[in-house]
Write a protein that binds this ligand. Sequence first.
Ligand code: PEP
Ligand code: CO
Length: 458
Amino acid sequence: MQHSGISSWRDRERIQMPVYTDNDALNAVETQLRAMPPLVFADEARRLKRDMAAVSRGEAFLLQGGDCAESFEQFGADMVRDTFKVLLQMAMVLTYGAKVPVVKVGRIAGQFAKPRSAPTETSNGVELPSYRGDIINGFDFDEDSRIPDPERMIEGYTQAAATMNMLRGMAKGGLADINKVHEWTLGFTAEDKAADYRDIANALQDTMDFIRAAGLSPAKAEELASVDFYTSHEGLLLEYEESLTRRDPVTGEYVAGSGHLIWIGDRTRQPDGAHVEFCRQIINPIGLKCGPTTTAEDLKVLVDRLMNGKLDDAGRLMLITRFGAGKVEEHLPRLIETVEEMGAKVVWTCDPMHGNTIKSGSGYKTRPFEDVLSEVQEFFDVHQRMGTVAGGVHFEMTGQDVTECTGGVIAVTDEDLSDRYHTACDPRLNASQSLELAFLVNKLMREKGGDTRAAVNS
Ligand code: PEP
Ligand code: CO
């Protein structure tokens, strides 16, 4: 049977998607999800698109961050709140460096499905299907738990809805108050080890004092008391995505209701594949991960297809580059040249996590803090040289005090990794490493004196 409209991905090749054995159960879950309220609405997706258009012109900077994989077991109010807090702190520090508004996008409220590099995992001589994220199968290393279960989509939706509810409350309530966000940051720089960043925090304090002296306060100016906070995830599990897609009642356009922004992973960006076919039809801003194997030819087709031929549709498409430290110079220029030749208006952003995963001496999957920083620096350098806009950064991070990535001022060593290694998938920056990175990116941006936005200013 030929599928049409938003179901057309079903006729394309599916990569990295589970094969469900019980079709009746799958259909029942899809029917159930189709009857649920969407988590985001068309106008919110359009507002994010406008914000992303500003990022593409260098008039705003993008901060995207959160878990590699959200977990059902580790879910709770504290976790959501702490991630939100750290993202706001990072955004405030980055605003100061970028001198433009920071668009805040969480990897949250739907970041459940994971592409894997191998279909199976072996432990103590036992080989089982790989874990693919809590919305697909279970983390526990036993046969039953690794069977894909469609019912997990309902639990994923429920957790995403609860998360979204909390995010909406926090974004408009007291937790987003600029004075409070600044106070937490002062707490971090008060620690001896973070003394290097005290100057920046003090300069920020001066600015806050000035704002107050000029008569502006959170009570008077809503902008100081609340934030716009958006959600995003990889749109990997297309049965879930399609079931939550709604038609805009006015325009008839498709809106993914699962999150504000959806991205396509580095492993599922085949130009004729299912994921591109799904994403090209929704009006939400789309991210496309670009790793070292991205060819100029493929990128050309992908940009054209995902922008539906409207290459000046700024805010529609974000290219998330992830090559690894030391490899940006080798790969980014050809992608920039391709996009410039096409005249496409895209957002360029840097994911310095996925090209920098290594196995530590103690056997843990980790990422050295200095490699993460290096890749961001190389990304800024190449864009500056080529006169294009370095639009933003994309991190895997958490508000919890985990020990998953090595390095940082409050140094996590190889031996520390086993202390609090909680991630369900890739290693994340902890709260202090995340904030430190924001301080360092702030420094980078200020050293460049706004030249990362050369294309706009010239
Ligand atoms: C991810 O963002 O978690 C991910 C798997 O990234 P990539 O597709 O770039 O490998
Ligand atoms: Co990841």
